[in-house]
Design a protein around this ligand. Sequence first.
Ligand SMILES: Cc1cc2nc3c(=O)[nH]c(=O)nc-3n(C[C@H](O)[C@H](O)[C@H](O)COP(=O)(O)OP(=O)(O)OC[C@H]3O[C@@H](n4cnc5c(N)ncnc54)[C@H](O)[C@@H]3O)c2cc1C
Ligand code: FES
Length: 280
Amino acid sequence: MYKILKKKILNPTVTLMEIDAPFVAKKAEPGQFIILRVDKDGERIPLTVADFDREKGIVTIIFQVVGATTEKLNHLNEGDSICDFVGPLGVPSHVEGLKKVAVVGGGVGCAIAYPIAKKLHQLGANVHSIVGFRNKDLVILEDEFKVASDAFFMMTDDGSYGKKGLVTDALRELLENGEQYDEVIAIGPLVMMKFVCKLTKEYNIKTIVSMNPIMIDGTGMCGCCRLTVGGKVKFACVDGPDFDGHEVDFDESIERAKMYQPFERKAHEEVCNLFKKEVH
Ligand SMILES: Cc1cc2nc3c(=O)[nH]c(=O)nc-3n(C[C@H](O)[C@H](O)[C@H](O)COP(=O)(O)OP(=O)(O)OC[C@H]3O[C@@H](n4cnc5c(N)ncnc54)[C@H](O)[C@@H]3O)c2cc1C
Ligand code: FES
């Protein structure tokens, strides 16, 4: 069992938890993820290692409540325990040797982008961070990003905080003003990553995306997490989750992500009924 040492509500739908998981903390690197099971009847879900403290043996996860399992997880409190916490999984992000990078995060994708920005900053790279949220209430990790960035750009869809517009608007402005990056790293909803890639292709800038397909084992045994990259089938859990965004077939991944939607909705309703909460 893996004890929840700290729980912090970051915004109405996003929660941070620090988990006592020394074996994961010992080896985790930015870009990697864990698979957890809340209880013995639970499904396995992947969540990124948002931070880690090797000495204290702590792993931080940040998750958005979107369905049954994240709802159940969000009902646990400090002192409670999670049944399984497997990792670190996936290939760490390649950050060595990069001199100037734009890190683009959308919504809860910022929880995945932040450790990468932090590592790049620690390695001495010039980091420009562009983060986007639907509105002010959903903003997370602003202070953390500022510390890890040489330049920071906040965007909201409705203009309630930072600048009004999408992350692609901010990135386009920077590129049009002559900024040059060794690489753009984009993490967020599939549609956002697709459009960042479309933009950076115009400027011929290598773009890495972190893919988030449905996963089961997370160790390469089932192919549930498959996607097409450069015309070849890849398994995100062992070949990724980072891929060259210009090579990814986003439309296929967007279709595959919808596969279990009716079932997911029903499972979420059941869990919400259990906790007597309204489903929006
Ligand atoms: C490698 C990896 C790392 C991830 N890291 C994080 C993280 O750090 N924080 C975080 O909040 N989420 C992360 N996710 C997504 C997370 O796994 C899902 O949100 C979670 O599995 C949803 O479970 P659920 O039962 O609560 O919702 P479900 O009932 O499974 O789904 C509810 C809704 O969320 C959508 N959804 C389900 N799975 C995903 C997914 N993999 N990606 C995007 N949307 C999904 C569904 O289409 C549906 O609309 C990651 C996914 C992967 C593959
Ligand atoms: S989740 Fe089964 S192979 Fe990736």
